[in-house]
Structure formats: C-alpha cells, structure tokens
Design a protein around this ligand. Structure first.
Ligand code: ATP
Ligand code: MG
Length: 403
C-alpha cells in the first residue's frame, strides 16, 4: 500500500548555496544503497528526497524490508517514512486512511486491549480548503467509524498509532511510521580520507564517524608477517567489508611493517618501540594517502587510553607527518566507543580474539612519555630507514571488495 518513501534531512537543509550538491550526493548514495530494489526513482522535491517506482506502484513487503535495512546507512538522512501518496482531495485522503489504518491498529490491538490513536495533520499548501485541525477531525471520523469505543480510544499525547497526514502543494500523503536515519552528511560531499584500521574496537568507529561527516574512507592496515597470522589480516578485511556497507566500497591497503620493526628492535630503546612503530605507520599512511588522493589520516586514538595515547606520545607520533590527522574518538571513553561499535555492527567482529597484528617485539612496559627529541635520537640510529619504508610501500597489497 505504500507507494513512496519520504526521506527527511536536517543539517543539509541549513546549507546555503551548495545545498544542491549535498542533496544530489544523497540521491546518488540512496541509489547505491537500494541497488537491489528494482526499478526505483530517487528525486529531490523541496527539501525532501523521495523514493518511488516510476510507475508509482506500491512497494512490496520484501522491498520495504530492504529499504528499512539500508536507509539507516545513508548518512544525511534524519528520518524516513513509507507513505501513501494521494491527490489534493480530502475524499481521496480519507479513503487512503480507511484502506490502510487497519493493519496498524490491529497490530496495536495485539499488544493492548484498547489501544489509543491520534491524527497529526500538517498543511503547507495554504490553498487546500481544509485547515489542519479540520483535516484531523475528518480523518479521526474515518478511524472512529471502523472501531467502537471499547476497541480504540483517542489519546493525543500518548498514542499507540499515529496517523500522519501532510498536505503539500502538489500532493498529500499519509504515513504511520518514522524510522531514524544516521544523521550527518552524505558520504562523498567532503574529501576522501585514509583511516588506519586495526582489528580493534576503536578504529572502525573512527571510520564510521568520519564517513558520517561526508568523507569517503579508504583503509590501511599494518601487520608483521611472518609474526602475524593470516586470520588477523582476514579479520581486518571483514571489518572493512562491514564498514563499506555505509559507503561505496573503499580500498584496504595491507602493509607489512615487519622490516622496519626489526630495524627498530635492533637499534632503538625498547621502551620507545610502540611510539616509533606508530611514527612509521603514520609516515607510510601519509605517503599512501598522498598517492591515492586522500586528504587526511584518521585514527581511533583517544587521549590517555593506552601508553601510546598520552598527550606527549600523541605529539611525538603526530610530528611524523604534516598531513591533517583526524581523531574522532579523541574525547571518548572506551565504553562509549564500544556502544557505538555495537550500534554500527563492528563490535562482534572486533571482539573476536586473534593474535595482535603489530605488537611483535613490543616492550612489556612501554613508555608513556617519549619526548620528540628522544624519538628523533632513536631514529637517527636507523640509517637509511626511508629506503626500507619505500620498499614496504612497494609491497602493499590492495584488497577491494568484490574484486
Ligand atoms: P583500536 O581499538 O582501534 O585498535 P586501540 O585502543 O587498541 O585502538 P592502539 O592499538 O594504540 O589503540 O591504536 C591506536 C590507533 O592506531 C588505532 O585506532 C588505529 O587507528 C591505529 N593502529 C594501531 N595499530 C594498527 C594497525 N596494526 N594497523 C592500522 N592501524 C593501526
Ligand atoms: Mg589496537
């Protein structure tokens, strides 16, 4: 019975001259996310985006299931509702309510003996002959005629079923449910970035948060083969695939850090190793980002979470690159990161126990404060490390989903 989906957005609506760019991007992303629903048209009409079949035929239940699963991944959407489109005629609107309300009221009756309903009408079309209040009264009558007082009551504040009606300039529509979108801005309306993706809990969440602000995310992961087993790398691949459900699939660069880790092991202060590894990861990531058109790096770092994330160490790590580094989790507690990971569907994967990827030769008591000068002194002992980094970069494998 629902023959259109209305998508509402918030933050895009306050954009000025380039609002159309944001809207067009959202339209494209919705097409991508709904590519398994055959023959749909996504269009923007006055501050809303509409999904319909060109013939305006109703969506099948299976199609609605896909839509309800996919649209919560379309960054930019605040909420969406399946609707029944009607002409600008109160009789037609009443008939639409008459034909559709039963399903929702009956569902409410299975939960409560006497459920409550309300009508919420809005009218942006001021030429429509009835004002909102009058529309509500007409529609309430339609519902009341179908059900007796002992079956259904009215409750304007706390209703089990809300019949929504909007009367616009060109058409009117009826809806019963609103589903939450993810908010944010459509992926692709900001520059692409490269995320340092480990198999942990935090970096996938950092990817999600950056996508939410409109950036397409590619990934880079570091391992220490032969010390890292294949299952650890496969786990990161699966996390990337899960994250790609929110965007057109990003590439995963898979990089073996072991040669430089050995050099550090053999030459530098053992307590500084973790920070020195991280500086090398950043250097490699920056080069890959520049080569592939990514404009910033992203990490899952948060102040104070582990030894390498004290302010002193973050400073020392950050100094290794000149590129902007985004740390969307910077002020989050671990529990907040976990809650988000659960919400976006990466937690189950992250918590799988596999051997760590880059902790070989890591000290049992890493330094919580490696001042920049100390790190530089250590690196002075790594004669010709740049050539090793270049070789490592040459050996990067790229995993592209579906290829
Ligand atoms: P995560 O849960 O994301 O692994 P964490 O709290 O375990 O984070 P660290 O392991 O110190 O913290 O890593 C901090 C950040 O450095 C990670 O969020 C990630 O962005 C990056 N990072 C660490 N290890 C790797 C790796 N092997 N490959 C790619 N990035 C990594
Ligand atoms: Mg980690």
């Amino acid at each position: 019975m629902f023959n259109a989906i209305i998508c509402r957005y918030n933050e895009i609506a306050i954009k000025g001259n380039n609002r159309a760019m944001f809207e067009n991007r959202l339209v494209e992303n919705i097409y991508d996310l709904l590519k398994t629903v055959e023959d749909i048209k996504v269009s923007r009409v006055r501050g809303r985006i509409w999904v319909q079949h060109p013939s305006k035929r109703p969506f099948a239940d299976g199609e609605l299931d896909i839509i309800k699963e996919q649209l919560p991944r379309a960054f930019g959407i605040e909420s969406f509702s399946p609707v029944i489109m009607c002409g600008l005629d109160i009789e037609e609107i009443c008939n639409a309510v008459d034909g559709s309300c039963g399903r929702f009221i009956q569902a409410a009756m299975t939960e409560k003996t006497v459920p409550a309903f309300r009508i919420r009408a809005t009218r942006s079309n001021k030429k429509f002959p009835l004002i909102s209040k009058e529309i509500e009264i007409r529609l309430a009558k339609v519902v009341a005629i179908k059900y007796g007082d002992d079956e259904l009551k009215v409750n304007l504040k706390n209703a089990d079923v809300t019949v929504g009606c909007e009367v616009r300039d060109e058409f009117a529509f009826i809806f019963y449910q609103s589903f939450q979108g993810p908010g944010g801005l459509p992926v692709g309306c900001n520059s692409p970035v490269l995320a340092l993706l480990s198999g942990g809990i935090d970096s996938p969440v950092a990817c999600y948060m950056t996508m939410k602000r409109g950036c397409r995310v590619d990934y880079i992961t570091f391992h220490s083969t032969p010390y890292t087993p294949q299952i650890t790398i496969d786990k990161v691949k699966r996390i990337a695939v899960e994250l790609n459900r929110f965007q057109r699939p990003g590439k995963l660069h898979i990089c073996n850090l072991a040669p430089i880790q050995k050099l550090i092991r053999d030459n530098c202060n053992p307590r500084n190793r973790t920070v020195l590894y991280r500086r090398m990861m950043f250097r490699i990531a920056e080069k890959v980002a520049r080569k592939t058109g990514c404009m910033a790096l992203v990490t899952g770092e948060s102040v104070g979470q582990v030894a390498s994330q004290t302010i002193v160490n973050l400073n020392t790590i950050n100094d290794a690159v000149t590129m902007l580094v985004l740390r969307p989790l910077i002020g989050m507690d671990k529990s907040e990161g976990i809650a988000l990971a659960e919400k976006i569907g990466t937690f189950e994967l992250s918590k799988e126990q596999v051997p760590d990827s880059c902790t070989v030769f890591a000290p049992s008591a890493p330094s919580t404060a490696v001042p920049l000068e100390r790190a530089k002194e250590d690196e002075d002992l790594l004669a010709g490390y740049e050539a090793v980094l270049d070789e490592i970069i040459q050996g990067i494998e790229v995993f592209t989903e579906g290829k």
